[in-house]
Structures are given as C-alpha cells and as structure tokens.
Design a protein around this ligand. Structure first.
Ligand code: K1U
Ligand code: ZN
Length: 178
C-alpha cells in the first residue's frame, strides 16, 4: 500500500471531470487500498480519486467512530435527492484549515459498484449524505468552496496561496541548510 499526495486547492487539476471506471480489476483495487490508507492517515472521513490526481470515478468514505467501516463507491450515481435541504459545516483535505457551511440535499439514494464490481444501492442521510455529495462533487471537478460566495472563495484562495508560498520557502531554506 502507499500514501498518495493530496492535491491542494486552487490546483487546476481539481477541476478535472473524472471518467467512469470501465473494469473493476486489481489496478482499481490497489487504487482503493492506497486511497483508504491516505484518507485514514490524513485523517479524513472521505477521499475522491480526483484529490490524488487520478481522474476515474472512485471514492472511499469512512464515517465510523472507530475508522473500521470503509465504504467504497465506484461509478457512484445519486438517483434520488430529497427536496428538503440541510446545512452542514464541511471541511476538505484539499482545502486545509477551511470549514464552511454548505447547503445540500438532506437525503439521497445512491447506486454504485463495490470493489468486486457488483452493483449496490443505499439510502443516506446526515453526515453520510453530506460526505457522498461532497465526494461526488470532487469527481465532477467541483471543490466545496465553489458553493460559497465569490468573496469567500477569493479570501480562501489568497490565504492558501500565501500558506503554500511560505511552505515552499521553508522547504527551500531547509534544503540550503543541509
Ligand atoms: O473530501 C475530502 O477532502 C474529505 C473530507 C470529507 C468531508 C468532511 C466533512 C464534510 C464533508 C466532507 C474530510 O474528511 S475533511 C476532515 C474531516 O472532516 C475529519 C477529519 C478527522 C476526523 C473527523 C473529520
Ligand atoms: Zn473534499
């Protein structure tokens, strides 16, 4: 297994629309294992393949307290959304240090393939519904901050660019010191 680097907003690769998986084979199962390891190490409760620069429709989620209930969604589709909407404070491993309220469908019905390539369906509400919608947005090239006002998006981009510049400078300084 391997830890994969996570793309950070505003990296333009986060806007790539992921392609459907044509065959659920060992290559996809290795990707799933690496994504799960990366999500648990971060730590996070979800990860989309887009975030590790793989543009295929694969998601891992684990919202359990003990981090022992991995949900793998390949080619996920939301085929029903409730009219009722709910606001939830979201975070994102690609947008470190940013937590903002986003409004989404309160309940959804999802179909997907599992790691064996078998179709399955489920109903989700609460945190699971939020997380599935957030991760499918990633596969469609959308980052959660793009649900916010342009003013908030600009402030977040400015702060993240500054952080990334400072991190690069610190790494260069350390390299020179060796
Ligand atoms: O997509 C991602 O970047 C993962 C993201 C999932 C998510 C969280 C909250 C609402 C919607 C989607 C995260 O996992 S952010 C980190 C996080 O929420 C968390 C980290 C450690 C423990 C518990 C939660
Ligand atoms: Zn995210």
């Amino acid at each position: 297994m391997a830890l994969l680097p996570i793309l950070k907003y505003p990296d333009p690769r986060l806007h790539t629309v992921a392609k459907p998986v044509e065959q659920v084979d060992d290559r996809i199962r290795t990707l799933v294992a690496d994504m799960a390891e990366t999500m648990y190490a971060a730590p996070g409760i979800g990860l989309a393949a887009t975030q590790v620069d793989v543009h295929e429709r694969v998601i891992v989620i684990d919202i359990s307290e003990e981090s022992d209930d991995l949900l793998v969604l390949i080619n996920p589709e939301i085929y029903w959304r409730s009219d009722e909407r709910e606001e939830f404070e979201e975070g994102c491993l690609s947008v470190p240090g940013t937590y903002e309220k986003v409004e989404r469908a309160a309940e959804i019905k999802v179909r997907a393939l599992n790691e064996q390539g078998e179709p399955f369906e489920f109903h989700a509400d609460g945190l699971l519904a939020v997380c599935v919608q957030h991760e499918i947005d990633h596969l469609d090239g959308k980052v959660f901050v793009e649900h916010l006002s342009l003013l908030k998006q600009n402030r977040i981009v400015t702060r993240l660019r500054k952080q990334q510049r400072e991190a690069r400078r610190a790494a260069e300084k350390q390299k020179l010191a060796v």
